[in-house]
Design a protein around this ligand. Structure first.
Ligand SMILES: Nc1ncnc2c1ncn2[C@@H]1O[C@H](COP(=O)(O)OP(=O)(O)OP(=O)(O)O)[C@@H](O)[C@H]1O
Ligand SMILES: O=c1[nH]c(=O)c2[nH+]cn([C@@H]3O[C@H](COP(=O)(O)O)[C@@H](O)[C@H]3O)c2[nH]1
Ligand SMILES: NC(=O)CC[C@H](N)C(=O)O
Ligand SMILES: [Mg+2]
Length: 543
């Protein structure tokens, strides 16, 4: 993390629990549960070296994971974690890691997998050890998901809970603030699981539960003013999506007209998008937005490119090229005015979920796709070599936290609830080569689809919806003649955090009406299909 980002990171102002992620599908839920209690938390890969951290957590949680601690190549935590002198909680794999490090014989494959809900018996041992389950009674219905287990009590530990399948389902060090649980408190099926995490964070770690959006807003404005200084100018990449709009409003509150919002017309935007965004931001938020028409440049560079990640890198790099040119133009224009000053900063609305999915937080595992601009940014920007230093005030937030932040900043609900639109836009919604003709087709189909969803009053029930194009062709018959047109793919999902999603269940009649309108009104489309794949195994975007 660069110094500049460091200086604006919330872990500089709030007690922070560090979650080290061993790859469980639910690791990020540990963060969500803690933040819902007002305790700030961040997640880093289990391979993180503590020496690389320039901040100290108030407690550490080792998450679950698919590996077996005793296997060759299994991920293990940096031993420095145990010298930091802060409380540690191991969850499932994390608990096995604690036991294995003391003696590898402590962990072995169980005779049966304990998967799903089971009853946990809580044992009262001592004031020190009882803190984790304090106030939770004698039994709890909890969610287990393990095949390995502790077969011996690690030396120096006591048993604080057990289940039918796990004799040592809860352990506590006799004197040190180190705890392990085989169950998953972060999963909603674990009754009062959030209270277990709350006990660890507040009773064991002593963390202050002061993580609230209003506190974050004021601290963020003060921090940004300090970071940017009195004269530097900031340009902001503002797409009109909620992320960058909230980031733009924050900057305008912090430094006024030294902030320059720029919307790049990539030629891959939705119908009338740029004009609508300009009007909304200017009218509604008093943000002076400049539209840079980069459509020819983007489409020219994308010609002949089929591979999704190659498209993303081209789009990310072209964004930065244009912003660097704009930075020079703004500096020039500001000379001899009260705003004179170098453009030193580049603001983006990148979020936490973008980073988790873009930079494979899950320890040693493949990156699903280089999302947003975190993955698309050229190296020169990511390691601070470019003229512009990256400013991403929302990088530690989840989408719902950004929305509540936006409400603090008095941003209109319509904008707050606007469906996400990916930076590469229609570029990742055409399977294969992006051409102006295909962009026009998607634009029209998408406009019909979203208008009909809004007319049906279900826009806010759906987390994200769009029309895309399969550039294979299918035969149709229109007006008694044969047509051989593209296949329009409709996608609509519901999701809490974009990390998993379910297809939205339209009424059959509405889906048919949407299909009819698109085939009739959009030249070049001979078929309309609806994507019923959940995430996982699918993803929300087609590319
Ligand atoms: N066309 C664009 N012009 C300028 N900046 C953009 C554009 N598209 C994306 N960005 C930048 O890339 C960042 C990531 O894009 P992303 O789509 O995730 O965020 P968003 O568009 O602000 O919000 P949302 O995810 O709700 O659409 C944005 O926050 C913004 O800073
Ligand atoms: O700014 C972006 N640049 C991208 O390259 C990108 N790819 C996916 N997305 C958005 O991320 C969320 C999850 O999408 P996936 O399930 O397809 O990964 C969804 O909200 C997607 O719209 C992107 N946003
Ligand atoms: N959910 C987990 O962390 C599982 C840990 C380990 N893979 C086991 O099966 O026991
Ligand atoms: Mg967007």
């Amino acid at each position: 993390m660069t110094d500049t980002t460091e200086a604006t990171a919330p872990h500089s102002a709030f007690d922070t629990i560090l979650v080290l992620d061993f790859g469980s599908q639910t690791s990020h839920l540990i963060l969500r549960r803690l933040r819902s209690l007002g305790v700030y938390a961040e997640m880093l890969s289990c391979t993180t070296k503590l020496a690389d951290l320039n901040w100290k957590p108030i407690g550490i949680i080792l998450s679950g994971g698919p590996s077996s601690v005793y296997d060759d190549g299994a991920p293990h935590v940096d031993p420095a974690v145990f010298d930091l002198g802060v409380p540690i909680l191991g969850i499932c794999y994390g608990c096995q890691e604690l036991a294995w490090r003391i003696d590898a014989q402590n962990v072995a494959r169980g005779t049966t997998r304990e998967y799903g809900e089971t009853d946990l018996n809580i044992h009262k041992v001592s004031e020190h050890a009882d803190r984790l389950f304090e106030g939770l009674g004698d039994t709890l219905n909890v969610f287990m998901s393990h095949f390995d287990k502790l077969v011996r009590l690690p030396e120096g530990f006591v048993t604080i809970a057990s289940t039918k399948g796990a004799e040592f389902a809860g352990i506590a060090h006799q004197s040190k603030p180190i705890f392990g649980i085989q169950l998953h408190p972060e999963i909603s099926h674990t009754a009062r699981g959030t209270e277990i995490l709350g006990n660890f964070a507040t009773k064991v770690c002593g963390a202050r539960a002061d993580w609230k959006m209003e506190n974050f807003t004021e601290k963020e404005i003060i921090r940004i003013r300090k970071l940017v200084g009195e004269t530097a100018q900031v340009i902001g990449a503002v797409s009109g999506g909620v992320d960058s709009t909230v980031a733009a409003k924050l900057m305008q509150e912090a430094i006024g007209d030294r902030f320059h919002a720029i919307l790049v017309d990539t030629g891959l935007m939705r119908l009338n998008e740029c004009e609508q965004v300009k009007e909304t931001l200017k009218e509604h938020l008093g943000i002076n937005l400049t539209i840079v028409d980069g459509s020819e440049l983007f489409l020219g560079r994308l010609a002949g490119v089929l591979e999704p990640e190659a498209k993303r890198k081209i789009i990310g790099g072209t964004f930065i090229d244009l912003f660097e040119i704009e930075a020079l133009r703004i500096e020039k224009e500001a000379e001899n005015t009260h705003r004179a000053g170098k453009v030193e900063w580049f603001l983006q609305g990148t979020l936490y979920a973008d980073l988790i999915e873009s930079l494979s937080f899950k320890g040693p595992s493949a990156t699903i796709k280089s999302h947003h601009n975190a993955g698309g940014l050229p190296a020169r920007m990511q390691n601070g070599e470019a003229q512009l230093k990256l400013l991403e005030p929302l990088r530690e937030l989840f989408k719902d936290e950004v929305r509540s932040f936006g409400r603090q900043l008095k941003i209109h609900e319509d904008l707050i609830m606007r469906h996400p639109f990916p930076g590469p836009g229609i570029g990742v919604r055409i399977i294969g080569e992006v051409t102006p003709e295909r962009v026009e087709i998607v634009r029209k189909a998408d406009h019909i689809f979203i208008s009909m969803i809004k007319e049906a009053g279900i826009y806010n029930e759906i987390t994200q919806a769009y029309a895309a194009l399969d550039t294979n062709r299918a035969v149709g018959v229109q007006g008694d003649s044969r047509v051989y047109g593209y296949i329009c793919v409709l996608r609509a999902v519901t999701s809490l955090d974009m990390m998993s999603a379910e297809p939205y269940e339209f009424s059959w009649s509405l889906l048919r009406a949407i299909s009819r309108r698109i085939v009739n009104e959009v030249d070049g489309v001979s078929r309309v299909v609806y994507d019923t794949t959940s995430k996982p195994p699918g993803t929300i975007e087609l590319e």
